[in-house]
Design a protein around this ligand. Structure first.
Ligand code: BEZ
Length: 213
């Protein structure tokens, strides 16, 4: 077990899930991925989180993102709990939940933080790019349900950087102006960003979001 750092390859594994056995890398294919852990089945915050992720499927699909959840509970527990999630959150869980009773994946991804809880996974999030490299890690405590709008926002930013040589400023939201990455010389900006740019400082150049009409 070692802490996974940005840029590391996301460790591969084979696991049982509510959608059958998966080899994680094969399952991701050419998609982006989100692997996220929750502390336990049949708990209130987790129930709302997994229901929310199910309702966001269209948003994840739009961005070519596949999502997998994980806790150290077994498959029977997951399958029983899914019925409760569907009933109480008015949705249908549409992504695999990994059964990790032996903590194999939890240990591989350092999802158990013993000084918080030495048995259960914390709320870890890993965003994985199409190159299988880890692009984002976030860790939340058990008592705080995640903001999945923030995850979509980060994925939009990561995909803009991957495809358009821009970064995104503080509190950026889809549609806002972007930052031209420092690697691009100001003289080269007009050819790369035909929508124009503003030079606030030689190191701070803003341009309209390149992938919008
Ligand atoms: C919950 O999902 O509600 C939860 C799980 C573990 C600790 C606290 C809350």
């Amino acid at each position: 077990m070692s802490t996974i750092k940005l840029g590391d390859e996301a460790p591969n594994f084979t696991a049982q899930t509510t959608e059958g056995e998966i080899n994680f890398h094969n399952w991701l294919g050419d998609n982006w991925g989100i692997l996220f852990s929750h502390p336990a089945d049949y708990t209130p915050v987790c129930t709302t989180e997994l229901g929310t992720v199910a309702k966001y499927k269209a948003e994840f699909d739009k961005r070519n993102v596949k999502v997998a959840a994980l806790s150290v509970d077994g498959l029977d527990s997951h399958n029983g709990w899914v019925k409760d999630i569907n009933e109480t959150q008015n949705t249908t869980v549409n992504f695999p939940i990994i059964a990790d009773e032996d903590k194999k994946v939890a240990m591989l991804y350092d999802m158990i933080h013993p000084n918080a809880d030495n048995q259960l996974t914390v709320r870890s999030v890993f965003v994985i790019g199409t190159d299988k490299k880890v692009k984002l890690t976030i860790t939340y405590p058990a008592s705080t349900g995640r903001n999945f709008d923030e995850l979509l926002r980060v994925i939009d930013s990561l995909q803009l950087t991957a495809n358009h040589k821009v970064a995104t400023p503080a509190n950026w939201n889809n549609g806002d102006d972007c930052v031209v990455v420092p690697a691009i010389a100001t003289a080269d900006i007009p050819a790369i960003f035909p929508k124009g740019y503003t030079e606030v400082k030689p190191y701070l150049r803003m341009t309209p979001q390149p992938n919008l009409d």
